[in-house]
Design a protein around this ligand. Structure first.
Ligand SMILES: [Zn+2]
Length: 264
């Protein structure tokens, strides 16, 4: 009995690398039909506007933690009890999650309109109702001369020692109203499917120096997977739908306030 448990454990304790960008990963990674990452074409998304009943928005609750990066297995990962996410339709909570880790890929794993980005952060969550195996919130970053991201600055410094970090600093608002959503998988073995994916359409900017911190670890490092990044190759969308939630609530609210002042 003990022997078989050990055998099963080792059978599923995959080790993997990025020498072939994941094309050599076994089992579901190879045979799955709802795999991540994907290239999202804006024209092909189903759009749901904030005045439609299916429109859902997201609210995060975050806390500060003293953290040091975990650099095992070709990743750059932070583990902790970062907070929670609730998804709402109107005032009705339809999904609750617990944030369990965040980590980085460079270059990005997901593409938008055929374009890859310089860096992608994945905030991994557990679905409290266990309907989904996980939920992942993806944030894309691109390099811009003169940009500086204070969150990424702390994330890079945490390589050298404990840093007080809150994921809230990576967000412009803790309410996310514009995003892409699709059903996908983990992007590393065992590539488990039934993952609820959310990609924030707000692409953040980082400086060339901030990008270099990640690039030196992966795509710019000959010793890491022969010069590949730690991004898995994009996967077929197959018959999946990507939904683009477009929240105009703030704009309408703003116009409403302006009109209100005008009429007064
Ligand atoms: Zn990831």
């Amino acid at each position: 009995m003990i022997f078989s448990i050990l055998f099963l454990t080792s059978r599923f304790a995959y080790s993997f690398d990025y020498f072939f960008q994941g094309t050599d990963w076994p089992d579901l990674c190879n045979q799955g039909t709802k795999q991540t990452p994907i290239d999202i074409e804006a024209d092909l998304t189903v759009k749901i506007l904030s005045n439609e009943p299916e429109y859902s928005w997201i609210e995060f609750h975050m806390q500060e933690l003293g953290l040091q990066a975990n650099t095992d297995g070709g990743g750059y990962k932070f583990l902790g009890d970062f907070g929670s996410m609730t998804m709402y339709q109107g005032n009705l909570a339809i999904m609750s999650t617990k944030l369990v880790n965040f980590h980085f890929h460079s270059p990005s794993e997901n593409y938008l309109n055929g374009s890859q980005f310089d860096l992608e952060m994945h905030v991994v969550m557990e679905d409290e109702a266990k309907i989904y195996s996980h939920a992942v919130f993806g944030v894309l970053f691109k390099v811009e001369e003169g940009a500086f991201n204070t969150f990424i600055d702390k994330v890079a410094k945490a390589y050298y020692g404990n840093m007080i970090i809150t994921l809230a600093e990576a967000f412009t608002s803790l309410q996310v109203k514009n995003y892409l959503q699709f059903s996908g998988s983990l992007t590393t073995p065992p590539c488990t499917e039934n993952v609820f994916w959310i990609i924030d359409t707000n692409v953040r900017k980082i400086s060339p120096e901030q990008f270099n911190f990640f690039n030196r670890m992966w795509a710019g490092n000959e010793k890491f997977a022969g010069g590949n990044g730690n991004n898995r190759m994009i996967q077929p969308i197959n018959d999946r739908t990507v939904t683009h939630f477009i929240g105009f609530a703030n704009h309408f609210g703003y116009i409403g306030i302006l009109l209100g002042f005008y009429l007064l």
